[in-house]
Design a protein around this ligand. Structure first.
Ligand code: NAD
Length: 309
């Protein structure tokens, strides 16, 4: 399969390496010069439980792609949420009439961006439990393994998307065709909307937050806000199960990615696509989301204090 990875950070490099080793024609696209230079020099390197794997594959800067690649079978977007639209605009020449776009970004509402570029039956929404970090440009570290769920936004695309699921499994990316991927996306967004944003604000690990006296009450309130808004979009979260799912992460002794982005690397966060999206959608539907509004504002205040650009 002719696959383009649009956004080749921790996750893009992880998926790119596995798909290349699985025998696919993989091309990377990115906007970070140091990353492009490192991949061109030494290929993509991966640290998988202390073992190093590598693979050579082409990588282009966004503004170079028009002359280099046409008509991909599949584009996997792996930018941060706020860069999705501009990435797709800059790689428009790569999107042919038969190109499918798969979105595995965290956060809510990305399908509305993808609809500007391809028809519903060529949009694949997904959620992945795989995790990765980026120790250096051109390098990805596998931080955790889990299943990836994919579903075409339109039922008419199911057969073609099943082929993508098969390609993933052949490339050792454990995947299934989902019957309700939007539910899974909202369920994962609840984890990010509680643990990621609160740990970034409190500057603590997931375990630290779990030990806080009021952690359970905070979790229930945020999950309720997500669930109230999701219901307006026809997604009925099982609130009790989602709270248990969020709280099950409290045994993982790590600083979640929003903490890493904001506090360690002073990079912009995806808050507007997590708690911020729930706040925005809540305003549209007339649903009160005071915790999500407050958390979004506090994260933005902290971005300002840390001079994040
Ligand atoms: P990432 O930050 O590693 O990469 C995103 C982009 O930022 C890439 O273009 C990368 O080249 C660039 N970048 C990375 N570090 C940079 C730096 N220091 N300076 C300049 N540019 C830099 O993002 P990611 O972790 O691959 O996440 C991509 C999407 O996938 C996000 O929506 C994220 O929420 C989601 N996601 C991530 C994980 C994870 O474990 N990392 C898991 C599931 C979903």
């Amino acid at each position: 399969m002719k696959i383009v990875i649009a956004g080749s950070g921790a996750m893009g490099l992880r998926f790119g390496l596995l798909l290349k080793r699985g025998g696919n024609d993989v091309t990377l696209i990115d906007g970070w010069d140091k990353n492009i230079a490192a991949v061109r020099k030494s290929g993509v390197k991966a640290d998988i439980d202390g073992q190093t794997l590598s693979a050579k594959m082409p990588i282009y800067k966004q503004d170079e792609v028009a002359q280099k690649i046409t008509n991909a079978d599949l584009i996997i977007v792996f930018t941060k949420s706020m860069a999705l639209d501009s990435m797709l605009t800059s790689i428009k020449p790569v999107i042919g009439t038969n190109t499918y776009i798969l979105c595995l970004l965290n956060g809510l509402g990305h399908e509305e961006v993808l609809e500007k570029y391809v028809a519903e039956d060529h949009i694949i929404m997904g959620v992945t439990m795989n995790a990765a970090s980026m120790p250096a440009p051109g390098e990805t570290k596998f931080d955790g393994n889990g299943q990836t769920e994919l579903q075409c936004l339109s039922a008419s695309g199911q057969q073609e998307v099943q082929k993508v699921v098969d390609v993933f499994n052949e490339s050792k990316i454990d995947s299934v065709y989902s019957d309700n991927v939007l539910y899974s996306i909202w369920r994962k967004a609840c984890v990010n909307g509680v643990v990621n944003s609160v740990c970034a604000l409190l500057e603590g690990t997931t375990v630290d937050f779990g030990h806080a006296k009021n952690a359970d009450a905070i979790t229930r309130t945020i999950v309720d806000e997500f669930a109230d808004v999701a219901e307006r979009e026809g997604i009925y979260l099982d609130r009790k199960e989602v709270v248990e799912h969020v709280e099950s992460t409290w045994t993982m002794d790590h600083y979640p990615s929003m903490y890493q982005d904001l506090v360690v690397n002073h990079r912009p966060t995806e808050i507007d696509y997590i708690n911020g999206a729930v706040w925005r959608k809540g305003q549209k539907y007339g649903v009160a989301t005071p915790y999500c509004a407050c958390i979004t504002n506090l994260i933005h205040a902290k971005e300002g204090m840390l001079n994040v650009k």
